[in-house]
Design a binder for this molecule. Structure first.
Ligand SMILES: Nc1nc2c(ncn2[C@@H]2O[C@H](COP(=O)(O)OP(=O)(O)OP(=O)(O)O)[C@@H](O)[C@H]2O)c(=O)[nH]1
Ligand SMILES: [Mg+2]
Length: 316
């Protein structure tokens, strides 16, 4: 399939072409840039929901229930599960397949796992491309799940129209979430596993934290309680997501500001990846590792190494 065949089929909403296009985006293949340029003008229709939170908080289960809810409202749904680079990720893809079992046989749902594959960055860029492809293919609701444990993951959810932070009852998880720096990005909070003890206390702690925290847009993030495994609270979660969207839509300046911030981040991600790729491509085989060892052994310093790489990796 040529790039233009892929584009035609993506725009016609064909899942196989969508899968192909996302693979190109992941690999950063030469066709990817052509595909992305062609689909970009057709994006901007979907509601993109980012879901993040501590490992095991029930994000995938929640995504599954939310997707079923959106299907019930007649929307085509895209799900992107970003396979975390963290040690918590064991078996995540298989687990997601099982957890999202209501979805895998529904042709109105497209599910994709994106992996970091240990490369230097590029995941946020590839995820952004995947969202754009699904958007252009007519998926009206796109849900992106990431574990909230690192900057990459935070960057990914920041590209969403609405960010949902999932917490569970119990002090430990909350502290972990705060430490990961994901609290500030929650437009909506879900206390999942609300069938467990300690829900009220977690809710109080969260409320307290939200009153001291300050947001540029002055939005008060709603808190919803869910039991994903029992399909409880999903309409509330959906309504809370919609309420933030309505809030943004009622304020042109905010909406435009958010879109510009996302656009800026997309450009920076792409630029960073391109420049990094070009700089590293100038190094000979094994040279990066040699420089790394020299810096680790304090024989060289990282600043002069970078300066050398920028000059083309000739001296040193
Ligand atoms: N008691 C209870 N268990 C839940 C609930 N939601 C999810 N679980 C369980 O919690 C476990 C983790 O659920 P997942 O949906 O995989 O959680 P996750 O946040 O996607 O996990 P990672 O992607 O690995 O970080 C599973 O055993 C679920 O069945 C809930 O509301 N109540
Ligand atoms: Mg998961």
């Amino acid at each position: 399939m040529t790039a233009s065949d892929i584009v035609d089929r993506v725009l016609a909403g064909q899942p196989r072409a969508v899968a192909r296009a996302i693979t190109h985006a992941e690999n950063g293949s030469p066709a990817a840039a052509d595909v992305m340029s062609a689909v970009y003008p057709r994006t901007g229709q979907a509601l993109v929901v980012g879901i993040t939170g501590s490992p095991g908080a029930g994000k995938s289960t929640l995504v599954d229930r939310l997707a079923v809810h959106y299907r019930g409202a007649g929307h085509k749904v895209g799900v992107i599960a970003v396979d975390p680079s963290s040690p918590f990720s064991g078996g995540a893809i298989l687990g997601d397949r099982i957890r999202m079992k209501s979805l895998v046989t529904d042709p109105g749902v497209f599910i994709r796992s994106m992996a970091t594959r240990g490369n230097l960055g590029g995941l946020a860029r590839a995820t952004g491309d995947a969202v754009a492809i699904l958007d252009a293919a007519g998926y009206e609701r796109i849900v992106v799940e990431t574990v909230g444990v690192g900057q990459d993951e935070v960057d990914i959810v920041k590209m969403a129209d609405v960010c949902v932070v999932v917490l569970v009852p119990g002090m430990g998880d909350d502290v972990q979430a705060i430490k990961a720096g994901i609290m500030e990005i929650g437009d909506v909070f879900a206390i999942n596993k609300a069938d467990r003890d300690g829900v009220l206390r977690t809710e109080k702690e969260l409320e307290n934290m939200l009153t001291i925290g300050h947001r540029d847009d002055a939005w008060s993030p709603p808190i919803v309680k869910t039991v994903a495994t029992a399909d409880q609270g999903i309409p509330d979660l959906s309504a809370a997501i919609d309420s933030y969207l309505a809030f943004l839509e009622a304020n042109d300046t905010l909406r435009a500001g958010r879109r510009e911030r996302i656009a800026a981040q997309r450009i920076v991600d792409l630029l960073r990846e391109r420049l990094l790729g070009e700089a590293l491509a100038r190094l000979g085989p094994g040279e990066f590792e040699r420089l790394t060892s020299a810096v680790a052994a304090r024989e060289r310093d990282p600043h002069s190494v970078v300066a050398e790489i920028m000059r083309g990796g000739q001296d040193g």
